[in-house]
Design a protein around this ligand. Sequence first.
Ligand code: C5P
Length: 234
Amino acid sequence: MAKDVIIACDFNGRDETLRFLDRFPADCRPYVKIGMELYYSAGPDIVRAIKERGHRIFLDLKLHDIPNTVRKTMKVLSSLDIDMCNVHAAGTVDMMRAALEGLVRPDGTRPLLIAVTQLTSTDEERLHRELLVSAPMAETIAHYAENARTAGLDGVVCSPLEAAMVHERCGADFLAVTPGIRFAGAGADDQRRITTPAQAREIGSDYIVVGRPITAAGDPVAAYRQCIKDFLNA
Ligand code: C5P
């Protein structure tokens, strides 16, 4: 399975996003993540526009609804020619199976489907007190990852620090897609459990999702190339 760096394009409109991507030369087409903010403000057209420029796309909409609704929504999203999308594992194995069914295109291909286990903004205290989940956080994440594997999904979104555990429990071919990446010596912003691109490689991340260290850099192309170099050891 190819490893790669995915840039989180957390912009709130089409123009700002395309201006950012315009900075990359024609022979450099990074994998791009479109999240809820951009998708809800710019709609499916921004997906088509970025795809037409030759980028692969992770559509990060984190679906969580009844299986029938998720199946039908995934059918719509798969027609956008995206490369990866996701659901919440908390939606149950049945919901994840329905998502997978909805994603298969008429020609038999489908985007990769990964599951959010526990959001990194949920801490152990909230897990127990608010959500009434009594198992420890690490066990919850491992169990949700196993549910995703049972449903036939391709992997999970998790902290890079959890990548080795996910591979141990679900197999080396089960993808660990990991945000929470910072260059050595840089601030953490609002992220808590961070690693450098090189540490993420060593722990076993398959894809790293990198936002501000690239989007807010003075030279985003240089920052992206540094990430690629560090993560792929290239
Ligand atoms: O700017 P930064 O590198 O922190 O961006 C990380 C990206 O990954 C953001 O788009 C954020 O929403 C996303 N993400 C995350 N933690 C998760 C799931 C997604 O940071 N658990």
